[in-house]
Design a protein around this ligand. Structure first.
Ligand code: C5P
Length: 210
């Protein structure tokens, strides 16, 4: 069973994906980390964030050790990720890795922006997770503040708008809900309620497939 969980920044998709993967004992890939790792690696190596060839080279030779680094969680890494993610050569360099992960015999959970539309268009379950911008900004603010980042909510709202706009308007694999995805709006949901909704959707698909 392949479960594709896409959605906007700080909508709760990552937590839903982690909990659904644990519940069904499926391997999980947070695909945003690939783009964040590419952005961070580029900044460290001094590769400009619009150098398609240099970035694609970095993306195809990423050291897996970088995925666990705290530097990937910063707002700066997120912004760099969104810039490199708009470059088709970077997306192409990361595509096979994601598809291979999805094709494991056990199945898999992948979360990102284009899993249901591009990476796994035949996924068994597709979820689209979203929430109002203010609520997303508050959530991200709590996370970043806990990590010692002094960024304000106002600045985060501005960054969320900018990032969503860039992710939605890029030509290659823009962020959008797949036509056959189920929407989970987490604006007024606790994380437990959102996970429960996701689980109910998976269960409904499994029942249909039996
Ligand atoms: O989800 P996360 O905030 O870690 O993603 C960082 C950026 O990586 C996103 O803003 C988006 O530009 C890019 N991304 C993407 N496709 C994915 C996952 C992430 O373009 N499947």
């Amino acid at each position: 069973m392949i479960i594709a969980i896409d959605g906007t920044l700080a909508s709760g998709k990552g937590t839903i994906a982690t909990r659904i993967a644990a519940y069904y004992s499926l391997p999980h890939m947070d695909t945003g980390r690939l783009y964040r790792a590419t952005g961070v690696a580029a900044m460290r190596a001094g590769v400009p964030l619009d150098d398609a060839k240099g970035l694609a080279e970095l993306a195809s030779t990423l050291d897996p050790g970088i995925y666990e680094e705290a530097d990937l969680r910063t707002a700066e890494a997120g912004a760099a990720a969104s810039k490199v993610a708009a470059i088709p050569e970077v997306r192409a360099a990361l595509l096979e890795l994601q598809r291979t992960f999805a094709q494991q015999p056990t199945g898999a959970v992948l979360d990102g922006r284009d899993i249901g539309t591009v990476v796994c268009p035949d996924a068994d379950v597709k979820l689209w997770v979203d929430a109002d911008t203010e609520v997303r900004a508050e959530r991200r603010h709590r996370e970043l503040a806990a990590a010692g980042d002094p960024i304000t909510i106002e600045e985060l709202i501005r960054q969320l708008h900018e990032r969503d706009e860039r992710d939605r308007s890029r030509k290659d694999a823009p962020m959008k809900m797949a036509a056959d995805a189920v929407l989970i709006d987490t604006t007024h949901l606790t994380i437990d309620a959102a996970v429960e909704k996701a689980r109910a959707t998976v269960e409904a698909v499994m029942t249909r497939q039996e």
